[in-house]
Every structure is written in structure tokens, then in C-alpha cells.
Design a protein around this ligand. Structure first.
Ligand code: MRU
Length: 347
């Protein structure tokens, strides 16, 4: 990717720069942040979002906290509490905690060493996305070699959700460079509309053919034979392959299983959490009722009606055809066996 290309999150000498994703597609607004409180707020209100981008936000968030601590003379307890607030800003995507923990290992070597590792993490995420994009496109074209592909995707997994290129949308972009996309069905992704606002914006910018559909249309589109493959991203992949992703993903997977349509999960290896044994152990973020009971600023549900607003669901491994990481495309059972072998200490 050229250096002048737009990125969701970067380090600009002495501060973090984010695209404020709450303002898209209407306005492209950048946020410059050099303090912990506005960074935690940006994560919580989804100005920066998507698991790999949250990994970068966590890593750079440690740098922001260390620099603010130096500027303002914080003691270690205040500094550590600030880092913990970054780490805990959202619970489901493992990448946020992973990004914080990874760069914190450099703390004994000083703030510059922490920054260097955060920048390395960002470079590695782009490389991983490009590699998994190729692996996913290969997997699909091995099964459908002779015609352009009709894809369904849910939520946003593109440049905006990562440090560059994208995961599920990275596979779509790779297929597009091979002239192998017929159409992408973009689930609008209620309640915050990451599909309609963000994925559609990215696909329009790339000139990739797409249609935005309401989430409730997905199962029907799949059962009517209009989709060759569904591709989603992930916020956390458990050791057994169970996958947490944006609410509505498991419904897509169930429809695919019934229709015999492949269901792919695409994510960098940083989203795989060997310490989470199954989906039951994944904490599902619940967000404010107003996201459901209002549409923009208009109340749509009666004032007396409470809401249930889980931001994610878990797709069981049995519904997943393949999990595509930079390591390659694996069935959930192959992934589980590989993780198991890596954890097994030779006698
Ligand atoms: O609540 P969000 O917008 O952060 O949810 C994002 C998703 O569910 C994505 O599908 C996932 O993080 C993968 S992003 C490459």
C-alpha cells in the first residue's frame, strides 16, 4: 500500500491519528489524540473499531499512556491504571488486550522500544491481511475456478477495521484484483450500520460491485441461491474454532449450512486466542439500549420498552467451512489440532 493511502489508525510522530468512523460516509474526519481519556472514548464509541484496528489502538494506546505519564509526572500506579483502561475499553475483540500486552513486554527497555514494537505490530498486521487475502481467494477459486464470485459479507472488515487492506474484505479485494467478483451483498449490520456506512463506502471507493441489504434479507439471499460464499471477520477465535463476530453472523452461518454454501472466517492469527477454549468463554459486549430503541436521533421503540443489545454473537465451529489466517485456510478442526500441537511440550 502506498504511504499516502488512507489508513484507519497511524502514529504521527507524537500522537495517534484515527479516522472517526462514526462520521462516515458523510464526512472524512481525522482525530488526533495524545491523551488516554480521548483514546478510550474513541474506542468505546467506535470511532476506531474492528478487531485488528483495535489491536493497533491498544499498542499505540500504551505509548500514549507512557508519554502522558512522562509529561504529567504520573506515578506508576496511575500509569498502569491508564493502560488498563485502554485494555478494557471493549471486551470481546481479543486483539485489543493482545496489542496492549504485546508491547508492554518492551516496557523494561523504555518508551521508544514500546513504540518500535507497536509500529512493528502495525506492519505485521498489514502483511498478515494481504497474505490471508491471497489464501482466502485461492481457497474460493479452487472451488469455483471458472466464473466471478457472488459474496455475502457482514459488518466491516476492510481497511477501516484493520491497519490496512482488510480481512474478509481483503479477500474480496484480492478477488477483485483477479477480476473475479460478480457482486458483494453487504448486510447493513444493525444497529450501528458498519455494513451500510463503512463496507459500502470502501467498496464504492474501490469500484467493486455491491448491494446493501437489510440484515433480515441475508438468509433469503443465501437460500435463493444468490450467494457462492459468505465471508466474515472475527473478534475472537477460540481454540476449538468457535468464532465471535458482529451480531447477526451466526444467522448467516446457519443459512449457509442449510444451503450448502461455504462460510469462511477471515482474521489475522492475532485474533486467535488459544487461552479461550470455546465460544462459551467469550465475553459478549452489551451496548446501550438507545442503539436499538432509536434510529439516528428518532426513538423507534416505545419509551416503556427495554432493549437487548449484544454487539457480537458466536458461530459454532461446526458451521464454519474454513478459518483463513496468514498461516493459510484451515478447517476449525485443523486449526484446533495445530494449536494443540503448539501447546504440547515434547516429553
Ligand atoms: O463493533 P465493531 O464494529 O468493532 O465490530 C467489528 C466486527 O465485528 C468485525 O467483523 C471484526 O472485528 C473483524 S474486523 C476485521
Amino acid at each position: 500500500m502506498a504511504d499516502d493511502e488512507l489508513r484507519a489508525i497511524t502514529w504521527e510522530g507524537d500522537h495517534v491519528r484515527l479516522i472517526d468512523q462514526t462520521r462516515l460516509p458523510g464526512e472524512l474526519v481525522m482525530l488526533d489524540i495524545d491523551e488516554v481519556d480521548p483514546l478510550v472514548d474513541a474506542i468505546a464509541r467506535l470511532a476506531v473499531r474492528g478487531a485488528p484496528a483495535l489491536g493497533a489502538a491498544g499498542a499505540l494506546g500504551v505509548v500514549v499512556a507512557l508519554r502522558q505519564a512522562e509529561r504529567e509526572g504520573w506515578d506508576d500506579a496511575t500509569r498502569d491504571a491508564a493502560i488498563t483502561r485502554v485494555r478494557d475499553a471493549r471486551p470481546t475483540a481479543i486483539n485489543l488486550a493482545w496489542g496492549v500486552d504485546r508491547v508492554l513486554a518492551q516496557l523494561p527497555h523504555g518508551t521508544e522500544a514500546v513504540l518500535a514494537d507497536a509500529l512493528a505490530l502495525i506492519r505485521e498486521d498489514e502483511e498478515a491481511n494481504r497474505a490471508l487475502g491471497r489464501a482466502g481467494a485461492d481457497w474460493i477459486q479452487q472451488r469455483i475456478p471458472d466464473r466471478p464470485i457472488r459474496v455475502l459479507t457482514h459488518c466491516n472488515t476492510g481497511m477501516l477495521a484493520t491497519t490496512a487492506w482488510g480481512t474478509a474484505l481483503g479477500i474480496v479485494r484480492e478477488l477483485a484484483t483477479r477480476d473475479a467478483i460478480e457482486l458483494v451483498y453487504v448486510d447493513e449490520t444493525r444497529p450501528l450500520l458498519q455494513g451500510a456506512r463503512l463496507t459500502a463506502w470502501e467498496l464504492a471507493e474501490e469500484g467493486i460491485a455491491h448491494r446493501v441489504q437489510v440484515d433480515g434479507a441475508a438468509a433469503s439471499t443465501i437460500l435463493r441461491g444468490m450467494v457462492d460464499v459468505a465471508i466474515i471477520g472475527a473478534d475472537r477465535i477460540a481454540a476449538n474454532g468457535d468464532t465471535a463476530n458482529k451480531i447477526g453472523s451466526v444467522g448467516v452461518a446457519l443459512a449457509c449450512a442449510d444451503a450448502g454454501v461455504p462460510f469462511l472466517v477471515a482474521a489475522p492469527a492475532s485474533t486467535v486466542d488459544p487461552a479461550t477454549r470455546s465460544g462459551e468463554e467469550i465475553e459478549i459486549e452489551e451496548r446501550a439500549a438507545e442503539e436499538v430503541t432509536f434510529f439516528a436521533s428518532d426513538r423507534t421503540a416505545p419509551e416503556a420498552s427495554p432493549a437487548f443489545n449484544p454487539a457480537f454473537d458466536v458461530t459454532p465451529a461446526r458451521l464454519i467451512s474454513a478459518i483463513v489466517t496468514e498461516v493459510g485456510a484451515e478447517t476449525p478442526a485443523e486449526l484446533a489440532a495445530r494449536l494443540d500441537a503448539a501447546l504440547t511440550v515434547p516429553a
